[in-house]
Design a protein around this ligand. Sequence first.
Ligand code: SF4
Length: 341
Amino acid sequence: MPDFIPTRAIFEQKALDYPLGEQLYDRLTGMGIPITFAASHNRITGIPGKNPQQAYREAKRTLVVGVRKSTAFAACKPSAHYQLPLNTSCPGMCEYCYLNTTLGKKPYLRVYVNIEDILQTARQYITEREPEITVFEGAAVSDPIPTEYLTGLLKTTIDFFGRTDNGRFRFVTKFTDIDSLLDIKHGGHTRFRFSINAAEVIRNYEHLTPGMVERIGAAAKAAAAGYPLGFIIAPIVAFDGWQDGYRRMFSELAKQLPIKARVDLTFELITHRFTPRAKSNILDIFPDTSLPLEESTRKFKFGQFGYGKYIYEKPLMEEIKGFMNQQVNNYFPEAVVNYFV
Ligand code: SF4
């Protein structure tokens, strides 16, 4: 059973001019999914919902098939040079999803069918920076796995980067439907990252996503297929008993990951934080959330883009940092912690 079966699909008319657009049209029609058309993938109407919760839920069941027009890629500092635009949003319902703030009230899933144009642009960016390596991030505004069984966009992209000398690709997922990516000649040029968390956090806040053990199982498969692996542990939540929860997560990693995954392994560690805007969006969509969003227990930190965020107080931050580093060193002494924030 796929991670995502759309309730409805909306096609930009021009999408049918591309082979992938046609292929998706036939496939979705065959699956009995109602299809309508829109003039632009940026102006989508007709997603039902009488209140913010319903609108959000219905958007997460809607697939928009479009053509990416802009040829410029957004920057993606510090983890990569550029975002690679393949798709947006995902069917998950994580209460703290960073896309709740950036994708608006109706975060429908969108896939781009002009993949050849997109990769051609990537090729130009790579050429401009040669002989330096250029890194592209494929999950800056989406989780790309749930629609992969329909589009094959990641497969095409991983194959493309496998054949470039100076281009590298990376993406991150919380999903597990990855078998179609295991036999690609990736050349070690794609870093397969998984977003994981303590089972308690996933259960409470990451609705409609696979559990901790399943995600680590998928990571083990990716590692067995020779992909360099990475884990984003985010957000690290200091719930009651958090040390035990995260200890169990590391112990599961140690149990499942093959030996060869441990040599070239990265961790990105992000503690829970929220902006005033994110808090208000979360409360709109998840009014009964149990997410700890009490400002008085936090430290306010001004951000570089003019907005501030609430992070954990310094002593707790230090404690989490020490604990996480110790776990990584203990289980994976050869791994690199890219950053802790
Ligand atoms: S899986 Fe990722 S992109 Fe999807 S809702 Fe959760 S945090 Fe957002």
